[in-house]
Design a protein around this ligand. Sequence first.
Ligand code: GDP
Length: 363
Amino acid sequence: MLRSGIVGLPNVGKSTLFNALVANAKAEAANFPFCTIEPNVGVVAVPDPRLQVLATISQSAEIVPTRVEFVDIAGLVKGASKGEGLGNQFLANIREVDAIVHVVRCFDDDDIIHVSGSVDPGRDMEVINLELALADLSQIERRIERTRKTARNSKEAQVELAGLEKLLETLNNGEPARKTLLTEDEAAATQFLGLLTSKPVIYAANVAETELASGNEWVEEVKKIAQAEGAQVVVVSAQVEAELVELSPEERADYLASLGVTEGGLQSLIQATYDLLGLRTFFTTGPKETRAWTIHQGDKAPQAAGTIHTDFERGFIRAETVAYQDLVTTGSMTAAKERGLVRSEGKEYVVQEGDVMLFRFNV
Ligand code: GDP
């Protein structure tokens, strides 16, 4: 399962957001196998309105959303790359995630101490990004030293070294590793490093409830910086999300309407994370259940089958496939078949977003 790490300075709202994510997942999907692996790791359902539509068509008894994992990574402070705070342990945690959600404080509250004394998203983002970059730099420098020795007699090491040197140059120029133009081989040879600044990032601008609809100048600042980096921004209010968890569905709607919004930002954040990871959804649907499955962009039909069961991948024969929109327009699988919209796809078929699939396989 794909994993996103929530990072940010202390007191910006990371835990509040994480707890809301987890509580929401529990509340929204009573049927789905929810688990908290560790206190700071939660499995979250990816909201998808198409599930309900398909479930109605198939008269499914159950709906099973697809999931992503979130990790609350506390302890990033200035100097973390030099071992301050939780230091290296914390950095090791980030190395394991697929994407980073960087929470930035865009709310004013005199009662909540800001570690640097004032609200200043630009400075905060720089502090965090600098720590991540410094950690990467020291890792790359150590690795270069080792690889130089082996590169004399090894072609593989030479490729790695070339990649490392490019990465070093990017970081020395003050840019994140993800901006480096590596060849395919260099990328493959350096991937094991799990560089922190090579991971895709979403900035979550955490605003006060009253500014969820309007935004504020801090949000604009975050957007400007993110745009220059090619990163995405989602405006959330961790506090609103924390409150929503406590309310009934009608109360929720009233509360959100009073704030002039339709959600507190959490759904957008989950969706944006899913998109950021280059993930695609395909569906299976029938009387038992309608279910969303996650694959990577570019995955072929057998790989999609493999997400359901390894036997499906091994014995894959073909996949009866209909586009979500075609199924909805025709109203039933039978009608879609009559109209010739259900295709029989083979091993080389690249699964498209929203495909509804039925796999044929040998056991
Ligand atoms: P973390 O250290 O980043 O995990 O921050 P927490 O989630 O523990 O939040 C720190 C404090 O800020 C808590 O007292 C939260 O209730 C408060 N807080 C979080 N988000 C907001 C917000 O949007 N507005 C206000 N006023 N307080 C918030």
